[in-house]
Design a protein around this ligand. Structure first.
Ligand code: GDP
Ligand code: MG
Length: 436
């Protein structure tokens, strides 16, 4: 979807004449791409009209500026499609926030419960999970397993068959113990749809959630609209988490769900693993969709990881960059998660990384880390010249890290490049200070 839309935009920005014909062609291609991605046709028609009106209302703009105007208009309108301009509930510290999950069986509720719990636990909230799915056999075991793995306190019952009672007991217990986040997982299936909705309402009345979140399978396409509408009427959820955005999800259903319920998406699930979970922001989503990078998202991601950067930044500002700095940086990169995901946030990188498999990239990275782990303190705190003076060190490090001399030399070269960059930036800053 992103590639096609991007293609349509770049076609028009490359063409010599930007007349009405060219604009119509671009719009047609964009709309077709959206329709094929299961975005509701009424939304697509509206988007088309809005882009057209905006572009034609600024007829005095021509040439390069016109191309920029078109790019910006398309981008803004796509963002508007997934942005319902409503703020979702934000849990508050030092008080109990009950979050209830609703959604169809298989949507990813139980998996997402653990992801969200982990997200809050890492940010310092005292977090617990309650299993109120007494319908499906093994539901409690699944939650228990996930919670244990993630080291999150949980509550559930093997004997109680009334989900309302279990939910209430669990929430009461955690409330008494001053938990700050209590996530209630519910069942997604019943013999009758009405039973499911009744159960949701009863659990809601019993635990009185501060926020109800609908978990929606990102890959269900057109069905998303009707499904989210039905849940909205029954459970009046305040936000949406989209799951399975890693697979073949075309995302169009999600866009339609937002529009149908006027409810914001807060997170997306991008895999089965606990860390396959990202905050959702309309601008970032569309940026990534179009492959134009998402520096803002990357900065937030890095900030949320509490990486240790202080010494490196200080060194860098003083024009220094040692192998130890390089080691820290590589360590940080490993913490950031799958490389391909990070790369997709860096402008220009998303295309560059597309040929390299995740395994290849992280294999290379890991080897570099092993190499630096095999260095002595003295070597790490140097700028690498020590290896030029005593080449035997290179051989020792290669052997110690189970890599080759070429591999070690590559690390040294890379570090040297960074070191030059550091020097360059120091010169720049000195010049600025001198008013140069
Ligand atoms: P529930 O019935 O709504 O509780 O759904 P589950 O949490 O049991 O998930 C159903 C299936 O979807 C499981 O196999 C999960 O591993 C899988 N799943 C959940 N979220 C994601 C996701 O973001 N990406 C992928 N690929 N699979 C997911
Ligand atoms: Mg479940």
């Amino acid at each position: 979807l992103g590639r096609r839309i991007n293609g349509a935009i770049s076609d028009i920005t490359k063409s010599d004449v930007v007349d009405e014909n060219a604009i119509n062609l671009m719009l047609k291609e964009i709309c077709n791409a959206l329709l094929e991605a299961d975005v509701n046709f009424r939304l697509v028609a509206k988007l088309r009209e809005r882009i057209k009106t905006q572009i034609s209302s600024q007829e005095n703009i021509t040439g390069g500026n016109k191309k920029r105007l078109i790019q910006k208009t398309v981008f803004d309108e796509l963002v508007a499609l997934v942005d319902c301009q409503t703020e979702a509930y934000k849990p508050k510290k030092h008080q109990t926030n009950v979050i209830m999950f609703v959604g169809l069986q298989g949507a990813g509720k139980t998996t997402t419960c653990t992801k969200l719990a982990t997200y809050y636990q890492r940010r310092g909230y005292k977090t617990g999970m309650v299993c109120a799915d007494t319908f499906r056999a093994g539901a409690f075991d699944q939650l228990k397993q996930n919670a244990t793995k993630a080291k999150i306190p949980f509550f559930g019952s093997y004997t109680e068959t009334d989900p309302v009672k279990v939910a209430k007991s669990g929430v009461d217990k955690f409330r008494k113990e001053k938990f700050e986040i209590i996530i209630v997982d519910t069942s997604g299936r019943h013999r009758q749809e009405q039973d499911l909705f009744d159960e949701m309402v009863q659990i809601g009345n019993a635990v009185n959630p501060n926020q109800t979140i609908m978990v929606l399978d990102g890959a269900i396409g057109q069905a998303a609209e009707a499904q989210s509408k039905a849940f909205k009427e029954a459970a009046d959820f305040g936000s949406i988490i989209l799951t399975k955005m890693d697979g073949h999800a075309k995302g169009g259903g999600a866009i339609s769900a937002v529009a149908a319920t006027n409810t914001p998406i807060v997170f997306i699930g991008t895999g089965e693993h606990i860390t396959d979970f990202e905050t959702f922001s309309p601008k970032s989503f569309i940026s990534k969709l179009l492959g134009i990078g998402d520096i803002q998202g990357l900065m937030e991601h890095v900030k949320s990881l509490n990486l240790d950067q202080k010494d490196t930044i200080k060194n860098f500002q003083e024009g220094k960059f040692t192998l130890r700095d390089f080691q820290t940086q590589m360590g940080n990169m490993m913490k950031m998660g799958p490389l391909s995901k990070i790369a997709s946030m860096i402008p220009g990188m998303s295309n560059l990384m597309s040929g390299v498999s995740e395994e290849d990239a992280s294999y290379k990275l890991k080897r570099m880390v092993f190499i630096m782990d095999s260095m002595t303190k003295k070597e790490l705190d140097s700028n690498g010249d020590i290896f030029v003076d005593e080449p035997a060190r290179i051989v020792r490090v290669a052997r110690g890290s189970g890599t080759s001399v070429t591999d070690v030399e590559l690390v040294l070269l890379q570090s040297k490049t960074m070191s030059k960059l550091a020097k360059g930036s120091k010169n720049m800053m000195d010049m600025q200070k001198q008013g140069g």
